[in-house]
Design a protein around this ligand. Structure first.
Ligand SMILES: Nc1ncnc2c1ncn2[C@@H]1O[C@H](COP(=O)(O)OP(=O)(O)OP(=O)(O)O)[C@@H](O)[C@H]1O
Length: 248
């Protein structure tokens, strides 16, 4: 039930989702079936002159931005750069935890500190986008906490995996979805090895999960896909897309 994939310290909205939560599969995108070449020229020009222009993109900072992709695809690298370039514009939601506060930690700022019973209640209410257990403590990211970031006037970023994406799609958060894709599974493996965070076992788990992530992305579940071959180019694509869809 609990995630065993992550050997790193938990961070907001980056933990793995519980496998037991209900999943909603995304529908594949439909392609138009009418060929304009079948029409006579006169009809074609009439169609072109009366064609409805594509709807303008509405910039809406209240829509959370979901960044997903296989572990090692480069999400953290891109987000670190984004937060640095646009201080105060983006925010992560505050996570819930059952661990005790450390010196200096403030409830509602560092974490929402909660009891195990209350946490279990929230799980039963499907309040979490993701939750997991690390070192006998529960950590979770709630839909409500995302809304609080939006209420503060920040663009809420969710760095989540496929299971989390499916859950967010089943909420009223009205998010936008960007997928960060590695150039290949071989390159992904090399990057994960290079990061030095994985044992042989977690590496194999992450690569298996990566295949499922790529298959899910191939269904057209995301609004935009960035292949992270070169990090500078990937970052330029991300910021260009953000400027098109958000007021930054
Ligand atoms: N375009 C790139 N070229 C080469 N190395 C890269 C590129 N993008 C990221 N990396 C490196 O790949 C490793 C994985 O990147 P990162 O930690 O950002 O992935 P992630 O998607 O956030 O993974 P996780 O979900 O496990 O946190 C890091 O060591 C990072 O420096």
């Amino acid at each position: 039930m609990f995630s065993t994939l992550s050997s790193r310290a938990p961070r907001p909205l980056a933990a793995l989702a519980p496998r037991a939560l209900p999943l909603i599969a995304a529908a594949p995108k439909l392609r138009p079936t009418v060929s304009i070449r079948a029409k006579p020229l006169r009809a074609l020009s009439a169609t072109m002159s009366t064609a409805v222009p594509p709807a303008a993109i509405v910039k809406d900072n209240t829509r959370p931005l979901v960044l997903s992709g296989p572990s090692g695809a480069g999400k953290s690298t891109l987000l670190t750069r984004l937060f640095k370039e646009y201080p105060g514009v983006f925010g992560f939601s505050v996570s819930h935890t059952t661990r005790k506060p450390r010196d200096g930690e403030v409830d509602g700022v560092s974490y929402y500190f909660t009891t195990r019973d209350k946490f279990q209640e929230l799980i039963a209410q499907h309040a979490f986008i993701e939750w997991a257990e690390y070192s006998k403590n529960l950590y979770g990211s709630s839909v409500q906490a995302v809304k609080q970031v939006v209420e503060q006037g920040k663009i809420c970023i969710l760095d989540i995996d496929m299971q989390g994406v499916k859950i967010v799609k089943n909420t009223n958060l009205n998010a936008r979805y960007v997928f960060v894709q590695p150039p290949s599974l071989e390159v992904l493996e090399a990057r994960l090895k290079g990061r030095g965070t994985e044992s042989a076992e977690t590496l194999a788990d992450r690569l298996a999960a990566a295949k499922a992530e790529l298959e899910y992305a191939a269904t057209g579940a995301h609004d935009y896909v960035i292949v992270n071959d070169n990090i500078d180019e990937a970052y330029t694509k991300l910021t260009a897309w953000i400027k098109e869809h958000y007021q930054v």
